[in-house]
Design a binder for this molecule. Structure first.
Ligand SMILES: Nc1nc2c(ncn2[C@@H]2O[C@H](COP(=O)(O)OP(=O)(O)O)[C@@H](O)[C@H]2O)c(=O)[nH]1
Ligand SMILES: [Mg+2]
Length: 637
């Protein structure tokens, strides 16, 4: 059973949050000298409340609008909150913004606390209570208990403890035990050094357990660290777990290399990325709609990252609207599927929306059409197979591995990918004798569509050709970034009779000039004759005369083979097979290395041929800018 939970405060500055915690726990959370002097909370404050069997780690947040970012990092990991409203002041700007933030961060439990009741009469506190109720309508606090208190007189604190106990019971009962058993994760909200100990980081543990001596990773950064010491509210402990506040003394890292926003996690559990896909909801009271490519600050865990928003399914997001987006982050950040976030703008400095992560390590979406949008929607489908399939689809021509599945989709059933292979949703492609990659068949189909349309365009531009240079064509698909996969896909397309694939050329099946069966055979024949003849080929006239039939077609077919890239034309009557051409160039290049010049007789000897072939060949190579002629000698150009 879960008994450790995090309780947070929320509310406008000066409404009595810190005084409430002090009365409740005896701890003064305003511990900085500046906080004492100015009487305001700036940094997060921490306290602990025992309500057996529950232990509540309390995070006290600042209520000043300038410190909302601190509030946001404190809100990470909160299981329940107390929304504080002063009876002598009522609902205020930060009351609203904090409530929005808690709602966007998917908090489910809380208590409305009216403070400073000693300062007003009965009627007034009831009026304020009514206002508080109205504010919370339609939020998770709609049916929350409301307690009227005074930190001055102690009024209402017994009831507050009782309501906190009930709320804890409720949260614990609904809590997914997976979060306790799962990998360790803690978003860092403070970093400091302690004399004799070194680097210490603190945070609310959001999943799993860490014990003394454990190796953890600091992300982003992939820095391996070791747990040298652990504290839970100033007590040395052997382990810390989900729902606890933790101070972790780290070995293996300098405190200057750590910052708020990084996370400590079990190795392999988190991976930083600069692109995430999300479902985003705009707050109804924002003034302007959110435009495509707008710059916002993304608050993810305790991190705060500048990013630009790519709107996927709308031209702009109106106040109160929901949409699908991709965030392009200025620096890498870690998140997991389903993780809530908040976005704010710089000017004015306000919270404008929030939502949940659909893909924490997203792939740039190309050609966003109905199918892509449908799949992005399905990234939070309740049906595990559907969700896993959608995740594979949006990963495109990259593999979503079994080890990524939990943090990328929130799914823990490791047979899901196998099931998708069985149903034919994933194509298993061998990339080495011992390894296969799994690609969504629709991602493959869509890739084929792009390839087909690119090839069609090339065929349209040069209708006589049947094939094009393969490497040049494939350079358009650089983004695939996986040569083995690309090769395997081409093989598959060729097996499916979609393309004609030669060693160096590629074309669409059925495109190019329409030849009869006999013409096709003759063309193949001619090309192989050239191939076998090497350098001393017959002239076009000779080949025409030698042809058993269709003699008049021979010159045209030879020209076609040259267009296709199977032959090169040396002179009017003289053609070579491309392989021969390549071999000649290699031979000459090595003989002309280091700027050495060769005479016609040298070239003739090197190529073991007569002047009859060597002369036109040399002129052809000059024209092709392969060689340069200077007097009697030729040099490599
Ligand atoms: N009379 C009275 N004053 C209070 C009460 N709670 C807080 N205060 C005072 O209100 C001011 C702001 O309180 P504080 O807890 O720092 O507010 P915070 O900014 O919400 O943390 C302080 O001067 C407190 O002494 C209360 O219940 N009754
Ligand atoms: Mg305070």
């Amino acid at each position: 059973m879960i008994t450790d939970l995090i309780l947070g405060t929320a509310g406008h500055i000066d409404h009595g949050k810190t005084a409430l915690i002090r009365r409740l726990t005896g701890t003064d959370t305003d511990r900085l000298p500046e906080e004492k002097k100015r009487g305001i909370t700036i940094e997060l404050g921490y306290a602990q409340l025992e309500l057996p069997p529950y232990k509540l780690g309390i995070v006290d947040v600042p209520g000043h609008e300038r410190f909302v970012r601190n509030m946001l990092s404190g809100a990470t990991g909160m299981d329940m909150a107390m929304l504080v409203i002063a009876a002598d002041d009522s609902v205020n700007q930060q009351t609203r913004e904090h409530l929005d933030i808690l709602r966007l961060l998917r908090l489910s439990n809380g208590i409305i606390v009216i403070t400073k009741c000693d300062l007003v009469d009965e009627d007034w506190r009831d009026l304020i209570s009514e206002e508080a109720r109205q504010l919370c309508q339609g939020t998770f606090l709609e049916d929350a208990p409301l307690v009227q208190t005074s930190a001055e007189t102690g009024e209402g604190f017994d009831q507050l403890r009782e309501e906190l106990f009930k709320a804890a019971q409720d949260v614990a009962a609904r809590y997914d035990e997976q979060a306790l058993a799962g990998p360790f994760r803690m978003a860092i909200d403070r970093v400091f050094t302690m004399a004799g100990h070194g680097t210490v980081v603190t945070g609310s543990v959001t999943s799993g357990t860490a014990s003394l001596g454990d190796s953890l990773l600091l992300e982003p950064g992939n820095v391996e660290v070791r747990v040298r010491g652990l504290q839970n509210h100033d007590d040395d402990v052997q382990k810390v777990q989900r729902g606890q506040r933790a101070a972790v003394n780290l070995a293996g890292v300098h405190h200057g290399d750590i910052r708020r926003g990084q996370e400590l996690a079990s190795p392999g559990h988190l991976q930083a990325d600069t692109l995430v896909t999300a479902r985003l909801e705009m707050l109804p009271q924002v003034i302007r709609p959110l435009k495509d490519r707008a710059a916002v600050r993304l608050h993810l865990g305790t991190a705060e990252i500048n990013c630009s928003v790519k709107l996927l399914d709308k031209e702009k997001l109106e106040p109160g609207q929901e949409g699908l987006v991709q965030f392009y982050l200025r620096e890498p950040a870690v998140s997991v599927w389903g993780q809530p976030f908040v976005i704010r703008t710089e000017s004015p400095m306000v919270t404008i929306g929030g939502g949940t992560i659909l893909d924490p390590a997203a792939t740039k979406l190309r050609m966003i059409d109905d199918e892509v949008l449908k799949q992005v929607h399905l990234l939070d489908s309740e049906d595990p197979l559907e969700r896993a399939s959608a995740a594979c689809f949006v990963t495109g021509l990259k593999e979503l591995t079994a080890s990524q599945l939990p943090w990328r989709t929130g799914l823990h059933d490791n047979t899901l990918l196998d099931q998708l292979v069985e149903t034919g949703t994933l194509w298993e492609i061998p990339v080495s004798p011992s390894r296969t990659e799994r690609i969504h068949v629709r991602a493959l189909d869509r890739f084929w569509d792009r390839m087909e349309s690119a090839l069609n365009k090339m065929h349209d531009a040069e209708p006589l050709r049947t094939r094009f240079e393969r490497d040049r064509f494939l350079s358009r698909f650089d983004y695939v970034d996986n040569a083995t996969l690309l090769r395997a896909m081409l093989k598959r397309f060729s097996r499916q009779d979609l393309i004609v694939l030669e060693e160096r050329t590629i074309g669409l099946k059925g495109r190019g000039p329409k030849l009869s069966r006999n013409e096709q055979n003759l063309l193949g024949d001619l090309v192989s004759q050239y191939q076998q003849a090497g350098l001393e080929t017959l002239t076009v006239t000779q080949l025409t005369q030698a042809a058993p039939r269709l003699q008049s077609a021979v010159p045209e077919l030879i020209a076609l083979a040259a267009v296709n890239g199977d032959l090169v034309q040396v002179s009017d009557e003289y053609f070579l097979h491309v392989e021969t051409d390549r071999k000649i160039r290699d031979q000459l290049a090595s003989s002309m290395a280091d700027g050495k010049g060769l005479a016609m007789s040298d070239i003739r000897d090197i190529l073991k041929t007569s002047r009859k072939y060597a002369v036109p060949l040399c002129e052809y190579l000059d024209r092709a800018d392969f060689t340069r002629r200077d007097g009697d000698l030729r040099y490599l150009k």
